[in-house]
Design a protein around this ligand. Structure first.
Ligand code: 13P
Length: 287
């Protein structure tokens, strides 16, 4: 059964560790993440971007696949199925399709509009027992080859959104999606400390988990981060392992072209990445 992310994140915040959100793209991704979380007895959040939802043919397909896997793989650790960076319309679609958690990314709206739209969704999510993530301060990243800098959120605006009753809050602290550029200045721990000071118990979310050095991850957790999103790193490890298999000519040997063989090294590589992150975030044996 899918669960809201509320309880797992409140426990993580209180216990000073973080739960990983790993984004999924297809069956291999989903299976690798679920099996690893189960092996490590860790709660886990499966992230689905609107683009990935479209790629998998729609949110209903995603819900069907994930629920089927929970049953067939006998997954007993807490699993939340979460919309990542949702638009208002995307959130409504995922609520309808049976997700257990959503993120409304209103960070590009003026704060008044972010507040108004987030409030509407707080009401719906409360009725349905779903968790809701909101965002303040946009998280940069590479789009069409241009790397946008990560903004630092205004702590007062974070408080205004937290007070609406969201479950968890993503605050921009100089983090970006994708690989970090050479000249990246690092996370702004002053911003994070100020946000945590004003938002108290609220579990904070760190996006752009790929490529943040371990010491910064640990410091962020100590300052109230209870959910860390990882996407690109699984894609990079999958691609590297697949490249190695093909460059070694293994797809040309015997039935090496069988997708169940061809995709196996990439699948194992995702498992290894997720394992490493769960250990670093401290959520092992916290199911
Ligand atoms: P990365 O792709 O940088 O790991 O970021 C993931 C993320 O924050 C998804 O919302």
């Amino acid at each position: 059964m899918l669960v809201s992310a509320k309880e797992m994140l409140q426990k993580a915040k209180a216990g000073k560790y973080a739960v990983g959100q790993f984004n999924i793209n297809n069956l291999e991704w989903t299976k690798a993440i679920l099996l690893t979380a189960q092996e490590m007895n860790s709660p886990v959040i499966l992230g689905v971007s609107e683009g990935a939802g479209k790629y998998m043919t729609g949110y209903k397909t995603v819900v069907g696949m994930v629920k089927g896997m929970l049953e067939e793989l006998k997954i007993t650790v807490p699993v939340a199925l979460h919309l990542d960076h949702g638009s208002y319309e995307g959130c409504l679609k995922c609520i309808e399709a049976g997700f257990s958690s959503i993120m409304f990314d209103g960070s590009h709206y003026p704060i008044e509009e972010n507040v108004a739209k987030t409030s509407e969704l707080v009401k719906i999510c409360n009725e349905k027992g779903m968790s809701l993530e909101a965002e303040v301060g946009s998280i940069g990243g590479e789009e069409d080859g241009v790397v946008g800098a990560g903004e630092c959120a205004d702590p007062q605006e974070c408080k205004a959104i937290a007070d609406l009753g969201v479950t968890m809050l993503a605050a921009g602290i100089g983090n970006i999606h994708g690989k970090y550029p050479e000249n990246w200045k690092g996370l702004s721990f002053d911003t994070l400390a100020a946000v945590q000071e004003l938002t108290g118990e609220m579990p904070l979310v760190l996006h752009g988990g790929t490529g943040i050095p371990e010491d910064m991850i640990k410091k962020a957790i100590s300052l109230g981060v209870a959910k860390i999103n990882v996407n690109t790193e699984c894609q990079l490890s999958f691609a590297a392992a697949t490249r190695e298999y093909i460059e070694a000519g293994k797809d040309l040997q015997g039935k090496g072209f069988d997708p169940r063989k061809l995709l196996a090294p990439g699948f194992e590589a995702i498992k290894a990445t997720v394992r490493e992150k769960i250990a670093l975030f401290g959520s092992e044996n916290k199911a």
